[in-house]
Design a protein around this ligand. Structure first.
Ligand SMILES: C[S@@+](CC[C@H](N)C(=O)[O-])C[C@H]1O[C@@H](n2cnc3c(N)ncnc32)[C@H](O)[C@@H]1O
Length: 486
């Protein structure tokens, strides 16, 4: 499979693994209600990593609307990648394409590790949708092919772009772009969507009943006619009889040739042409790429059931959250959203303010209900010497240990200290009350069930002999050195 190469790629290919694992801390002042929806203020690279122990493999719909890299945006690349290659051009100002060829390299370096984390968060039957325009669409496709698998590419939808009129009538280099795109990948063959529909606006017209190609089962006498040479009738004889009985198939009054029309229905199934929708939204006057709520509803509605989780890690004004709340109000669903936005000004004053208004009612809109927790990125789990940081709680560490061991999230309800969970016929235990003082010895053994099941025990140190551990089918792991760095 052809792959894309760019300056700095080697430095970011595994960068998602080096991103420090940080805790999330709720900001009660900006939170609304007790819903499980989240708005996280912070760089999505760290935020996605922090979400991993909670949501790995659980997100049904990812929608992202990253910077389009038009050259007019002021997005910054700042991922603390320490490769000299990247450092050499990190400080350069992002310029227009002709002046600074690294603009695309930077964008690709920014996107790659984020897409890798998103891929891990996505459920096996989930889907990712990415808004993009012509500047990076071709590169994005190759990136997504690499991270999500070429075989998982499904569609590119086109949506109407705010029109700019061509001024020159005579000779121009190119036409104005009339559309932007939404690129859609599934996670696996298990990803299935419900095709979206649009309200029928035109009256159904009569169409000729023949179609090109030779299909002997669809060549029969109809109103004294046979299909023209090299063509066949649209449907089988049985279906034709049904249409005749419904007065949807009849001879054309002038030519006598069969003509049909589709059943009147208020909705029509959509293909990838979504130009019935304008990409931009104008609810919140957010100049930095606000999307149309109807577009978001269409995307979410295609893949999500009523209780699924939607993630948007370039949240902007929070249109994805708005659409989720509105859909829940319309059909009584309990879909959840997680939004990530890096800029304080936007996360606090725009995304959170908008979703508070939407949930509590604003202007002509009824309250949708359903609030959110506003979260900030907190301390890293490990300090710079590799030790567990001071504010880390038992639950924080348990969640992390269980996730790095099993790639699953921990079920708090089943946790019973020191037992933190079970996976693939192994039970996990964590002795961690006071840092540096958790010894696993005879006393600790009494707290483990005597069932012969394989056990992994984490503590600061172990006073039991190798032989005792082996006989009891226990693997001991020392905190913090053997807590895997994800
Ligand atoms: C095009 S806007 C998204 C607009 C959004 N779809 C809406 O309807 O309002 C992209 C947003 O991503 C944010 N962003 C860019 N890089 C980010 C990063 N690394 N982490 C989190 N947010 C980021 C920007 O601040 C900006 O608000």
């Amino acid at each position: 499979m052809p792959t894309l190469d760019w300056i700095g790629k080697q430095a970011v290919v595994n960068h998602d693994k080096d991103v420090p694992f940080r805790l999330l801390k709720q900001d009660p002042k900006l939170s609304v209600g007790d819903s499980q929806n989240l708005i996280i203020k912070g760089d999505n690279l760290e935020a996605l990593k922090a979400l991993m122990p909670y949501y790995v493999g659980k997100v049904k719909c990812i929608y992202i609307d990253p910077p389009y890299n038009t050259g007019n945006e002021k997005w910054k690349y700042n991922d603390n990648v320490n490769s000299p290659q990247i450092k050499s051009w990190l400080g350069k100002v992002v310029g227009m394409a002709g002046e600074d060829l690294s603009r695309d390299d930077k964008w690709l370096c920014m996107m790659y590790p984020r897409l890798k984390l998103l891929h891990e968060l996505l459920a096996e039957d989930g889907a990712i949708f990415v808004s993009i325009d012509y500047n990076e669409e071709a590169n994005l496709r190759l990136l997504l092919d690499e991270v999500f698998g070429r075989e998982n590419y499904r569609n590119t939808f086109i949506v109407s772009r705010v029109k700019k009129n061509i001024r020159e009538r005579e000779r121009v280099k190119a036409l104005n772009f009339g559309h932007n795109s939404v690129v859609f990948y599934g996670k696996s063959d298990r990803t299935l969507i419900k095709p979206p529909t649009r309200k029928q606006d035109k009256k159904q017209r009569w169409h000729a009943f023949d179609a090109p190609g030779i299909r002997p089962t669809m060549e029969y006498d109809l109103f004294g006619h046979r299909p023209p040479k090299g063509r066949h009738w649209m449907y089988s004889e049985e279906r034709a009889k049904d249409l005749i009985s419904k007065k949807l198939l009849q001879p054309n009054p002038k030519s006598g040739k069969p003509q049909y029309r589709l059943e009147e229905s208020s909705e029509t199934l959509l293909d990838t042409n979504w130009t019935d929708l304008q990409e931009a939204g104008f609810d919140w006057n957010f100049a930095n790429g606000e999307k149309n709520v109807e577009l978001m509803k269409r995307i979410i509605g295609m893949i999500c059931g009523k209780c699924d989780l939607v993630l948007d890690s370039f949240a902007g004004s929070g249109t994805t959250g708005h659409a989720t709340l509105q859909m829940n109000k319309e059909d009584g669903g309990t879909r959840k959203f997680v939004l990530v936005e890096m800029e304080s000004d936007i996360a606090e004053r725009i995304s959170a303010a908008r979703l508070k208004s939407v949930s509590q009612g604003w202007g002509k809109y009824e309250p949708t209900g359903g609030g959110f927790q506003f979260m900030r990125l907190d301390t890293t789990l490990f300090d710079k010497d590799g030790k567990i940081s001071e504010p880390v709680t038992y639950l924080d560490l348990a969640r992390y240990v269980f996730f790095t061991e099993t790639q699953r999230d921990l079920d708090e309800k089943k946790m019973k200290k020191p037992y933190i969970g079970e996976c693939d016929e192994t039970e996990y235990f964590l002795f961690f009350t006071e840092k540096g003082k958790n010894t696993f010895a005879r006393e600790g053994l009494k707290k483990l069930p005597k069932n012969g099941t394989r056990k992994v025990v984490y503590a600061d140190r172990c006073l039991l002999s190798e032989e005792t551990l082996r006989n009891l089918n226990i693997v001991f792991k020392q905190i913090p050195y053997q807590v895997k760095l994800y």
